[in-house]
Design a protein around this ligand. Sequence first.
Ligand code: NAP
Length: 336
Amino acid sequence: MTVKIGVIGTGMIGRDHTRRIQQVLAGAEVVALSDVNADSARAVQADLAPAATVHATGQELIAAPEVGAVLVTSWGDTHEEYVLAAIAAGKPCFCEKPLATTAAGAKRIVDAEVAHGARLVQVGFMRRYDAGYRMLKEAVDNAIGAPLMIHAAHRNPTVPEQYITPMAIHDTLIHEIDVFRWLLDDDYVSAQVVFPRRSKHAHARVADPQVVLLETRKGVRIDVEIFVNCRYGYDIQCQVVGEEGVAYLPEPLAIVMRRDAHLQNAILTDWKDRFVDSYDVELKDFVEAAARGTASGPGSWDGYVAAISSDACVEAQEKSGQIVPISLPDRPALYD
Ligand code: NAP
């Protein structure tokens, strides 16, 4: 069975996921496209999906009979309405992060899915599909004893002028927030943010670097450095300290060279290259579940918890140094 997918939002990631579905993955086809900028949808149609129809609105696309599953890759503040419409139509829906821009919005999606009675939503937390993180999880589950601490870093070479301090949480840390919960099978109880000496490379509206300290229900302590003007590369580090040993996230594959009296290997500079393979695996998971009329992997509940946890981290930025509690509602049985 071929899953017939409609894509809402044909910008950078919408185009790339369309390419993935049309050229990399088996079992799915993009049959419909929509974007507020119709020229963008038509350009993706021309380049990648000539048989797809172009719809004036995302709502119209979701209602189209030829669309069996929906990809939401528009701007974050439009996600909620499209995911709710896909649930109302009973169509499996892959939504890029964030699920919604507020915790209340994410809660509305959880409530709608629970009322529907089965999972329909997958959220684009692709790190869970990364081979390195999967190896790390295997080690955390089976090799290093009970996890006690995580030391991590999320570094970008530079960020544009419009990147402001809270985006370090909503756009950058959001991936760590999800992947640590998954790695540890745990949830957060508090957050604290402290700001070291500011880098001279940080523009006026972003405090950079910053350190986020998270505590989990099981008592694991996590420190994450967010440094978005680190200059030297895009670098994701994660080290889990357990009772019996320490497990490290593998470095991306790179040739090691001995040259000019240096031992060296390249470091990536573009975030798009870092998890490129995991996008293939996550969408394959979506297509396989959608073929069964459902969804798997990170879901609405994870999107909701990420939103609550992010809000607490932003509050902790605003109250720098103070510990901000994180309390979560009970998880509906649908997500057990
Ligand atoms: P982008 O290049 O700006 O693309 C977004 C597209 O959505 C644009 O073409 C935009 O129209 C369109 N759009 C905006 N509002 C719309 C609406 N109401 N209905 C339909 N289309 C609408 O952004 P992007 O980088 O692809 O990011 C899209 C989403 O994916 C964001 O939520 C982002 O956080 C997420 N994302 C996730 C990852 C990841 O690692 N998982 C990576 C990248 C992005 P215009 O043509 O007018 O701009």
